[in-house]
Design a protein around this ligand. Structure first.
Ligand code: EPU
Length: 426
C-alpha cells in the first residue's frame, strides 16, 4: 500500500508548471473515435484517468503510439466493435463518453455503467434524453447500457440541469448526425470549449461552446488533426490555494488566467495577493487569511472541484465561513478527515460551517476522493508535524507528478510503501 507522507510547516516557494487538463483529456481521447484519420494529441497529463481511457481505446482496437510523456498519436480506424465491457470501464466516470463517441460513429454503443468519484447519486438521465432526441433508443441489460439508432438526426435538446457530462456526450453524438443540433442550458466549462475546438479542428461545425447555447451542424467526415490540450484549471487552483495555505510565494505557470477568475476572486477576498501575468499567476500573502463564504456553481461560478481545497484554507482563516455545495449531493466526506487535523467544521446537508482555527496538526488521514485528496495534501503542507495520507490512488487519478511538483516548491513530501499498514520509511 502507498501513502503520501508530509512533514508540514514549510512555506512553498518557486515556480510550478501546470499540466494539461484532465477533464478535457478524458473527453478528447474518446472523441478521437469519431475521426476518420489519425489524431496527435499534445499536452496530455500523464495521470491514471487519462491512461485508463487511452487503454480502453487500445483494448477496443485503436492503435496508440506514445510519442513522449505528454503526446499520443491515436488511429481509431481498427475499432470495429462498439462495445466497452465492465472490466475495462468500471474504474472511471468519463468512460460514459464512449457512449456518445461510439453512437456518433457507429449509431450503436454498448458500455458498462460507469464508476468514478463517489459523491452521491450520479445519474445520466440527461445524456440519455439527448441521445433520444437525436433518434437513439437505450436499454440497460446486465449492467451494460446499450444505445442505438437507425439514423441519427439533429434535434433541439434543453438540459434540465447544467451537466458537463451530458453536454459532452450530446456534442459527441451530434457531430456527425444529419442536420442541426441545438443544446440549450449547456455547460460552459473550459473543457467543453476545448472539446469543441478539438472537434472543429477535425472539420466539425460547432458554434457557441462556452455559452449556454451550443449549435452543431452535422458533418459527414472528420479528418485527423494535431491538437494541444488546455492547462488544467483545477490543478492550477490547487497550487494557488496551497501557496496561500503555507504563506508561501509561488508562481503557477502555463495557465489560462481567465479560467482561474472565480478562484482568484475568492483568494483575493480572503486577503491573498494574486498577480495575473500573461500565462502565469503569482500567489503570496501579506497578512492573515480573512473569512469568506463560498458557493459552488457551474462555470463561470466557483468550481465544485475546488471546494475541498478552499475549505482547508477557510479552516485556517479568522472567523466563521460558510461553504455551500450546490453541484453534488455529498461532497463533504473529507470533512471528518480534516477534523482529525484540528479543523472545526460542522456539516448540515449541502452546507458546511467552518470556524477558523490558528493551526492544523498532522494526523493519519485518508483521501476520500480525488479533490478531497488534494485538500488533505494542502492541509498537511500547512500543518505542524507529520501527516500520513492513505488511499492516494485517488490523487494519482488526477494530479500529474504531485509529489515531485510540491517537492520542487520546497515541501517535505514523499511517497512511502507500507506493508499491512506498517509504514516503511523511504
Ligand atoms: N446530473 C443529473 N443528470 C445527468 C447528469 C448530471 O442530474 O444526466 C447532475 C449531477 O447529479 C450533478 C450535476 O448534474 O448534481 C452536475 O453533474 P455533471 O454531469 O456536470 O458532472 P460530471 O460530468 O459527471 C464533471 C467532472 C467532475 C465535476 C463535474 C461538475 C469530468 C470527467 N468530471 O462530472 O469532475 O465535479 O463535472 O463540474 O469532467 C473531478 O475532476 O474531480 C470531478 C469529479
Amino acid at each position: 500500500m502507498k501513502q503520501i507522507v508530509i512533514n508540514g510547516g514549510k512555506k512553498l516557494q518557486g515556480t510550478v508548471r501546470i499540466s494539461g487538463a484532465k477533464n478535457a483529456a478524458v473527453a478528447i481521447i474518446p472523441a478521437v473515435i469519431l475521426s476518420d484519420g489519425i489524431c496527435r494529441i499534445e499536452n496530455i497529463p500523464n495521470i491514471m484517468d487519462v491512461n485508463l481511457i487511452a487503454n480502453i481505446l487500445h483494448e477496443m482496437g485503436a492503435r496508440i503510439n506514445r510519442i513522449n510523456k505528454t503526446t499520443l498519436e491515436i488511429d481509431p480506424s481498427p475499432i470495429r466493435r462498439p462495445v466497452a465491457n465492465y472490466d475495462i470501464v468500471r474504474k472511471m466516470r468519463a468512460s460514459c463518453y464512449l457512449l456518445g463517441a461510439l453512437l456518433g460513429k457507429f449509431s450503436y454503443a454498448e458500455v458498462a455503467l460507469p464508476g468514478g468519484c463517489d459523491f452521491g447519486v450520479r445519474p445520466i438521465d440527461q445524456h440519455l434524453k439527448g441521445f433520444g432526441i437525436l433518434g437513439a433508443e437505450h436499454n440497460v441489460v446486465g449492467g451494460m447500457i446499450c444505445v442505438k439508432a437507425d439514423h441519427l438526426t439533429g434535434g433541439h435538446v434543453y438540459l434540465d440541469v447544467v451537466s458537463v457530462g451530458a453536454t459532452v456526450n450530446i456534442m459527441l453524438a451530434a457531430v456527425k448526425a444529419e442536420g442541426r443540433t441545438i443544446i440549450e442550458n449547456a455547460a460552459k466549462e473550459p473543457h467543453i470549449v476545448d472539446l469543441a475546438n478539438f472537434l472543429n479542428s477535425m472539420g466539425a461545425d460547432i458554434r457557441g461552446a462556452g455559452t449556454d447555447v451550443i449549435k452543431i451542424n452535422g458533418v459527414k467526415y472528420l479528418s485527423g488533426t494535431t491538437y494541444s490540450i488546455i492547462p488544467d484549471q483545477i490543478e492550477a487552483g490547487t497550487y494557488m490555494v496551497a501557496a496561500a495555505a503555507t504563506d508561501g510565494d509561488v508562481v503557477i505557470s502555463n495557465v489560462i488566467t481567465k479560467h482561474l477568475e472565480s478562484i482568484t476572486a475568492k483568494l483575493r477576498e480572503m486577503g491573498v495577493c494574486v498577480e495575473e501575468n500573461e500565462d502565469s499567476v503569482h500567489v503570496y500573502r501579506k497578512g492573515a487569511l480573512k473569512r469568506c463564504n463560498v458557493k459552488t456553481m457551474p462555470h463561470p461560478g466557483f468550481p465544485t472541484d475546488m471546494q475541498p481545497q478552499i475549505a482547508v484554507l477557510l479552516s485556517m482563516a479568522e472567523g466563521t465561513s460558510i461553504v455551500t455545495e450546490a453541484v453534488w449531493d455529498n461532497r463533504f466526506r473529507y470533512v471528518e478527515e480534516l477534523k482529525r487535523m484540528g479543523a472545526v467544521i460542522s456539516v448540515d446537508g449541502k452546507v458546511a460551517v467552518i470556524e477558523g482555527v490558528k493551526e492544523l496538526n498532522g494526523a493519519p488521514v485518508k483521501a476520500t476522493d480525488l479533490r478531497a485528496g488534494a485538500a488533505m495534501i494542502i492541509a498537511a503542507l500547512a500543518a505542524n508535524g507529520v501527516t500520513h495520507i492513505e488511499d492516494i490512488e485517488h490523487i494519482e487519478r488526477g494530479y500529474e507528478d504531485v509529489v515531485e511538483k510540491f517537492g520542487g516548491l520546497g515541501a517535505d513530501i514523499r511517497i512511502v510503501y507500507t506493508d499491512d499498514g506498517i509504514v516503511q520509511r523511504a
